[in-house]
Design a protein around this ligand. Structure first.
Ligand SMILES: Cc1cc2nc3c(=O)[nH]c(=O)nc-3n(C[C@H](O)[C@H](O)[C@H](O)COP(=O)(O)OP(=O)(O)OC[C@H]3O[C@@H](n4cnc5c(N)ncnc54)[C@H](O)[C@@H]3O)c2cc1C
Length: 405
């Protein structure tokens, strides 16, 4: 082994976001001696920068097979969230207040209708199509000039992502897990295609199992994983009187925009893509630029004209991740015994808990409670690497799936 052995564990989880903390908790629950290594602080990655929306089936994918598959996982996740919310010491403010997918013209509304029909025909009867009047009844502070109608799923909602990660970390620690912050993993150590542990700056942790839960950073530690980092931006307004909007997603001024419900402290939370900055297209660039802030501020005026004069008090960017087929990678990494992946989450708030559960089942040699074959982390091995020209250019995924990338 390369370096001083600092400690020995049954499993090392790399990454202290929603997914890593869920995994550490579930492994500790099953009696494993777990060490979680986080290079910065708990929730310092995408988790602490996200909008906290819990959306069972985000986006407008017409690939219904995938949609269906997603729902199996995200619904299971919601059941676990309810249980955690009830039993955990830290309240992470999970609430099922619904989420609107807003159409701003007739064409978009027709697309929503098509999607609704397909989903209903496959037994997903949770989605409601709302016309303009009904949408405004659900969310009266929306701009009536801007909207055409919406799709509503009442079981969606939101949570406080910092508190979710903290809640899981606290429970994991109570069960004996060690949570090491400011502890960067430089390398996953393998010998003869078998995991031996992880290498830190000052030594190694020996372990039979390692879980890579670093999402946007995953490919820095595991070459064969195909995870595409994406920069996304968010901001909050000053505190406002009670006027809780629904969480929503929409295309706004030609851009994707999202917003979570007014937080418990009264702030509105809004965001959208923060395109990678040329010349070097650095998706890990955590600086925020004036033009990005102004763009998202313009969403606020467009979506909520009544809030034209409010101040934005804080804005930030974070790095999250996509995979070429839009599904996360969850399970054992083929070819390396003991290495598990839980990465590729673009909307991790509705996946984290179930991912942690399934990974812990795999590691403990139990049958995973949900089928994970479609999320095999090895499914991109040997395929051409995806070049991601700009975030949200989903034609890249399309080309890849049809063999064109
Ligand atoms: C602005 C923004 C808004 C978003 N809004 C939503 C939303 O409303 N709803 C939703 O569901 N999702 C949203 N997302 C996406 C969501 O944040 C992610 O899907 C989710 O947080 C992924 O969680 P994770 O634990 O996998 O990753 P992360 O939270 O990114 O955790 C990975 C961790 O790994 C650590 N790490 C990396 N490399 C190493 C290393 N070598 N050693 C040790 N540690 C390492 C990082 O520091 C990081 O803390 C948003 C993301 C952003 C950026």
């Amino acid at each position: 082994m390369m370096g001083k052995v600092l400690k020995k564990a049954d499993a090392v989880v790399i990454g202290g976001g929603a997914v890593g903390t869920a995994t550490a908790y579930n492994l500790a629950l099953k009696g494993k001696k777990v060490v979680l290594c986080e290079k910065k602080n708990i929730a310092s990655g995408a988790t602490g920068r996200c909008g906290g929306m819990v959306v069972h089936c985000y986006g407008r994918f017409l690939n219904i097979e995938k949609t269906d598959y997603r729902l199996i996982f995200t619904r299971a996740n919601t059941e676990i969230m309810k249980e955690y919310q009830q039993n955990f010491e830290v309240d992470f403010e999970f609430q099922q207040v619904g989420c609107l997918d807003i159409a701003i013209d007739e064409k978009e509304y027709d697309d929503l209708k098509k999607l609704l029909e397909i989903q209903r025909s496959l037994g997903d009867d949770e989605i409601e199509l709302l016309d303009k009047k009904e949408t405004l009844e659900v969310m009266p502070n929306l701009n009536p000039e801007l909207i055409f109608g919406s799709r509503l799923r009442r079981s969606d909602g939101n949570l406080n992502p910092f508190f979710l990660a903290r809640a899981q970390a606290v429970e994991a620690r109570k069960l004996g897990a060690e949570i090491l912050t400011h502890t960067k993993v430089d390398e996953i150590i393998t010998r003869n295609n078998e995991v031996q542990g992880v290498k830190l700056t000052d030594g190694i942790i020996e372990s039979e199992f390692v879980v890579n839960a670093t999402n946007g950073w995953a490919s820095q530690l595991t070459d064969d994983t195909e995870v595409i980092p994406v920069r996304e931006l968010a901001m909050v307004t000053e505190r406002l009187p009670d006027l809780p909007p629904q969480p929503f997603e929409m295309l706004c001024n030609g851009d994707f925009a999202y917003g979570a419900t007014q937080t418990a402290s009264g702030n509105y939370n809004l965001g959208g893509p923060g395109p990678a900055r040329p010349p070097d297209y650095d998706y890990y660039d955590e600086r925020i630029y004036a033009d990005e802030v102004l763009r998202v501020m313009s969403y606020i005026s467009a979506v909520f004209p009544s809030l034209n004069d409010v101040s934005v008090i804080r804005s930030w960017v974070g790095t999250m991740a996509f995979t070429p087929d839009g599904m996360p990678s969850i399970g054992p990494m083929p070819g390396i015994k003991g290495l598990y992946m839980a990465v590729g989450y673009a909307a991790g708030m509705s996946w984290a808990a179930i991912s942690g559960k399934v990974i812990s089942e795999c590691i403990c040699n139990e049958k995973p409670s949900l089928p994970i074959e479609r999320m095999d982390p090895g499914r991109f091995i040997g395929k051409p690497k995806v070049k991601w020209p700009q975030p949200y250019d989903l034609t890249v995924c399309h080309d890849f799936l049809t063999g064109g990338a």
